[in-house]
Write a protein that binds this ligand. Structure first.
Ligand code: AMP
Length: 571
């Protein structure tokens, strides 16, 4: 399928930002002025100034009733002039609750355009033959479901991978055949990506993954499974446990029969005491790693540097389920210096100033000021109008007249293993349910906190619990059955996305409760206070992400329990 914009149009797009943004808003207003939603504020007018004056800045809860109505079968035009064909499922980083956003072919086309543009930009900065080399791309397809009206609800990348833009592309530059990329069983998909990447090691010029956490997950998986992978290469046979037959058959063709020499070579590299530089040792022709390393992903930079012997780490783009924003036009800069150039053809962008103590003001894309902080508002081609993104960005420069933004932070903090996000509120709710199970014993929950342990594959949630007997000097006697039940109840109480990852794609492992010695939460408080927290304001964090704080907890663990069944996947 042909794209409306050629990736080579970057110069033109970034030179005419004002005009293009103007045209985009006009197009959207023409298409949507008579929707029920915009009609409430504009009464059919397509006047841009009236749009800015009358249409409110909104968050998810404001538009949810409209989206639910479309999801339940009402026509799209209550919110979008153009038919909504898909709902994009977000990670819910802002609220933890599952959110779905309307999309049509423009969104998928823009996604394909951004992917093409990213490759084009990288090829201008790194000397490699785009047509010759292959990408080891850890792309995963996630199972989807339909709304009651039959519209698919899919994550953005899955949406692209299932579209004709992916399926009908003229050449496959990936080491994996599409049968692997489209396999929906996470572990099988991961194993086969690695197997193909190893079998074609001489061709691999880049390693690609959407977000750095998943790439680190892939390396850990490799570390645990290299013997079996080498065994497959040696014999030419794919392991029996790969049940997806299309995947198996396509990988067998890539293996192309026994290859003991290659197996020996890989075994030799993997047998080193240290895995430092393993990526460049296994894939010596790799020129770069491409994965998002900004925002919450920045924590993975040192790990990837260790494994890759400091190959260039490229953080390619800034995108979301709601809308797509921009690309990194300076791919070889350090991960901490990455900014994204906003592309004016994608959506109509406005910016809410984020400056404590000052009144909020709204600016157009061309009016943002260098150094200032903003929250983006998007008006899309598929029914979002002046929608608050919940991200905080800072203007760092301009590419022609297109502003460049650094990702600063998410407005709300959450924990997650996959693309789900669990808020403090979710965790509290789940723990409260679990304490009802504890009532049957003589134990009380004195304190708890939680984190996502990504060192296991799949990653899983860990809760640290401090338990106390209800009786003075009573012993904390742990009943395995009760605590395992607590794990299950916590999981059952978590959001639908968590449960889907857990029970459908099985890409989140069993939830673990680690029981810590009494006094542990006191020590944790001492720890935070020693680092400058105020004793007056100290609140036990419900999610922990500091490795030092975790150490405090880990040193006091004396028992561990895991959930022993999958939670239900019904919403
Ligand atoms: P989702 O809609 O689930 O894809 O999540 C989108 C959110 O992921 C954005 O609103 C950001 O908070 C975050 N995100 C996406 N791309 C980046 C990036 N390049 N750097 C940092 N955070 C990002």
């Amino acid at each position: 399928m042909k794209l409306r914009f050629d990736p080579k149009d970057l110069e033109e797009l970034t030179r005419n930002v004002k005009q293009i943004q103007n045209d985009v808003l006009e197009e959207i207003l023409k298409a949507n002025a008579n929707t029920e939603y915009l009609g409430r504020f504009l009464h059919g007018s397509i006047d841009k100034e009236l749009f800015k004056k009358n249409v409110p800045v909104v968050s998810y809860d404001d538009v949810k009733p409209y989206l639910d109505r479309v999801a339940n079968g009402e026509p799209s035009d209550i919110i979008s002039g153009e038919a909504i064909t898909t709902f994009i499922r977000s990670t819910g980083t802002s609220g933890g609750k599952q959110k779905i956003y309307p999309a049509n072919n423009k969104y998928i086309e823009d996604l394909a355009f951004i992917f093409a543009l990213r490759s084009f930009i990288v090829s201008k900065h790194i000397d490699y033959d785009v047509e010759q080399g292959k990408k080891l791309a850890f792309h995963f397809t996630i199972p989807h479901y339909n709304t009651p009206s039959g519209l698919p609800v899919v994550p953005a990348l899955t949406c692209l991978l299932m579209s004709d833009y992916f399926k009908m592309r003229p050449t496959n530059f990936h080491t994996s055949p599409d049968e692997v990329t489209l396999c929906q069983i996470y572990k099988e998909n991961m194993y086969c990506h690695l197997l193909c990447g190893l079998a074609r090691r001489d061709e691999v010029v880049s390693i690609i993954c959407s977000f750095a956490c998943a790439l680190v997950g892939a390396i850990i998986f490799f570390e645990k499974n290299w013997r079996e992978l080498c065994g497959n290469i040696r014999s030419g046979n794919v392991s029996e446990w790969i049940t997806d037959l299309a995947c198996r058959d396509s990988v067998s063709i890539i293996l192309g029969g026994p290859n003991p020499e290659l197996a020996d070579l890989i075994e030799h590299e993997c047998s080193h005491n240290s895995w430092e530089g393993i990526i460049t040792r296994i894939w010596p022709k790799a020129k770069f790693i491409q994965t998002v390393l900004t925002g919450s992903m920045a924590q993975y930079v040192p790990i990837l540097e260790f494994y890759s012997n400091n190959l260039p780490l490229i953080s390619p783009s800034y995108m979301s389920s709601e809308a797509l924003f921009g690309v990194n036009t300076n791919p070889l800069c350090k991960p901490q210096d990455v900014s994204y150039t906003f592309l004016p053809n994608l959506s109509y962008f406005e910016f809410l100033s984020v400056d404590e103590g000052r009144n909020e003001e709204i600016f157009d894309l061309v009016d943002v000021k260098l150094g200032c902080f903003y929250e983006p508002l998007v008006t899309t081609y598929s029914g979002l109008h002046r929608y608050k993104m919940g991200d905080v960005l800072q203007v760092t420069g301009f590419y022609n007249s297109a502003p460049q933004f650094k990702f600063v932070r998410r407005k709300n903090m959450v924990i997650s293993v996959q693309l789900e996000a669990t808020t403090e509120e979710d965790i509290l709710k789940a723990a409260t349910q679990a304490t009802l199970v504890l009532e049957s014993s003589n134990l009380m929950l004195m304190g708890f906190t939680c984190w996502s342990d990504l060192s296991t594959l799949p990653g899983h949630y860990v809760m640290y619990w401090e338990l106390k007997s209800k009786y003075i000097n009573g012993l904390v006697e742990l009943d395995n059955k009760v605590l395992v039940e607590c794990c299950c109840v916590v999981e059952e109480s978590l959001n639908i996305l968590y449960r889907m990852y857990r029970c459908k794609s099985r890409s989140i492992g069993a939830l673990e409760i680690k029981v810590v010695q009494q006094g542990t939460f006191g020590s944790l408080m001492d720890f935070f206070i020693s680092r400058g927290a105020s004793i007056n304001q100290y609140k036990t964090p419900l999610c922990i992400n500091s490795s030092k704080a975790l150490e405090v907890l880990e040193n006091k663990v004396f028992a561990r329990f895991f959930s022993d069944k999958y939670p239900s996947c019904d919403s």
